[in-house]
Design a protein around this ligand. Structure first.
Ligand code: GDP
Ligand code: GDP
Length: 451
């Protein structure tokens, strides 16, 4: 449990700039990501179950916020081949990032594959920064000068492990990424739904279903990102914004286009949405890529509906088995609602938007401080609190600091006593009492008196 989450920052609604870290295996990408995450100041409490292989994170620096991706995490099986860092998924992420950090190791010096990657990066024309990691001592700092030979200018010299040069790196990043585009007040209040999922699950077909009944008010809203197409729909008299990552594939040509899965495109769409409809293919539910996207939705703190599509291909007696199967594979988000659709026949499709609307209401619920403290008091009394030797966790005071997603801050005597299972215990009780169905909730434990 982190003690550094020191103040609360309202959720940013526009799509955050994306910074991608690339580099060979073992240069320190994951260490850097975690180091940068540690620098954040907003409450971005880790979601249980997704921290093992964290590959994305939100960083806040000087009032600016960006998303950082460790592209190493996009490679399923790191191979030992020299071009391992430049596989397809990585290329995709780099292509759509706002800035690339090319991480090299000052402990190893320039190696041939660094030259290849630098050459490739140059060709992409991407804004990129060379970062020499593992410069733990003056000797290595001096050695980092060799990296000039990569033709990328001054390397920024850091030690991710020892926290050297990181502030300087953050200043550089902030100077190079675009400001977050702020969304208008109008759009602010409309329900925003992102349609995400791996290729071929039926996103385009579902979209056409949703658009099909003369609901379109405005298609392709100008001024929105290049990564997704926004459509404003009239749903039972209420406008809804549909953020559609499949829209890059031509509408009306369902099934014919080749839809490349793009991590960055999905991330940005999720980032701007209130609720993500994560489409799964009923004939092949819960692949690794599906759970990957789910973890993005969770880390972004967004609402989610797991939409099991192509339901027409499955015999309907199997629904309870599916609930079990999907529930098991997505058990890190037990709050997710599972729904069944057939984009082909239209079955179930019209229930999605009303459910998304309901989830947004759940996300906006606020529990008064008085009520919450009474409740937490009873919950804490209901079970022996965690302890180390004779020191027991004490909760002095709790407050709901934020909505969308609901965020609770608990002031305690010693945050390090709080374990995952205890956090889960409180979360479960909160959900039993107050619902919050379909949305993650965040909990932050702070030591009292450390403001
Ligand atoms: P990745 O494969 O690029 O994600 O690399 P990791 O972040 O997993 O780091 C690989 C190894 O390098 C780990 O043992 C890290 O502890 C180590 N490492 C990362 N950053 C530094 C650093 O600044 N200095 C030193 N000496 N080791 C580091
Ligand atoms: P996308 O890549 O996620 O946009 O997927 P598409 O919408 O292009 O659909 C991929 C394929 O699945 C196409 O051949 C569709 O006709 C088919 N498909 C999509 N939804 C359904 C469905 O509900 N039932 C059936 N039987 N086929 C579907």
């Amino acid at each position: 449990m982190s003690e550094e989450n020191s103040f609360i920052q309202p959720a940013v609604t526009g799509s955050r700039p994306v910074v991608a870290i690339i580099g060979r295996h073992n240069v320190g990408k994951s260490t850097l990501l975690n180091r940068l995450t540690g620098k954040r100041m907003a409450i971005v409490a880790d979601m249980p179950g997704t921290t093992r292989d964290r590959i994305i994170s939100t960083v806040v620096w000087q009032d600016r916020e960006f998303t950082i991706i460790d592209t190493g995490g996009l490679i399923a099986e790191p191979s030992s081949s020299i071009d391992e860092g430049v596989n397809l998924q990585v290329k995709e992420a780099v292509g759509e990032a706002d800035l690339v950090l090319f991480l090299v190791s000052a402990a190893d010096g320039v190696i041939p594959s660094d030259l290849e990657v630098a050459e490739w990066l140059r060709k992409t024309g991407k804004k990129a920064v060379l970062v020499a990691n593992k410069a733990d001592n003056p000797k290595r700092e001096t050695a980092a000068v060799d990296f000039y030979s990569l033709g990328m200018g001054d390397p920024i010299i850091i030690s991710a492990y020892h926290d050297l040069g990181i502030d300087d790196l953050l200043d550089h990043i902030i100077a190079l990424i675009p400001e977050t585009a702020s969304t208008g007040q109008e759009e602010e209040n409309l329900l925003k739904i992102a349609l995400v999922g791996r290729p071929n699950v039926g996103k385009s077909m579902l979209l056409n279903r949703l658009l099909g009944e003369d609901r379109v008010i405005v298609s392709q809203v100008p001024g929105t990102t290049r990564d997704a197409i926004d459509t404003v729909l009239n749903f039972d008299g209420d406008p809804v914004i549909l953020i559609d990552t499949a829209g890059v594939k031509r509408r009306g040509r369902v099934g014919k286009g080749v839809d490349k899965f793009s991590v960055v495109r999905s991330l940005r769409a999720i980032d701007r949405a209130d609720v993500a409809l994560l489409l799964l293919d009923a004939t092949e539910p819960a692949t690794a890529q599906d759970t990957h996207i789910a973890s993005f939705v969770q880390q972004a703190g967004k609402g989610v509906i797991l939409v099991v599509n192509k339901w027409d291909l499955i015999s309907h007696t199997e629904q309870h088995e599916y609930n079990q199967l999907v529930g098991e594979r997505f058990k890190f988000m037990p709050y997710a609602k599972i729904m069944y659709t057939s984009a082909k026949t239209g079955k179930g499709v019209n229930k999605l938007v009303p459910e998304a609307r309901r989830i947004r209401e759940e996300r906006r619920k606020r529990i008064s401080t008085g009520e919450l403290n009474g409740f937490i008091g009873r919950v804490v009394a209901g079970q022996t609190p965690p302890h180390k030797c004779s020191k027991f966790l004490k909760v002095f005071y709790a407050t709901q600091a934020e909505v969308e997603p609901p965020t609770f801050v608990l002031f305690v005597n010693d945050a390090s006593l709080v374990h995952f299972s205890y956090q889960r215990y409180i979360e479960n009780r909160l959900r039993e009492q107050y619902g919050f169905e379909g949305t993650p909730i965040k909990m932050v434990f702070r030591n009292r008196g450390e403001d």
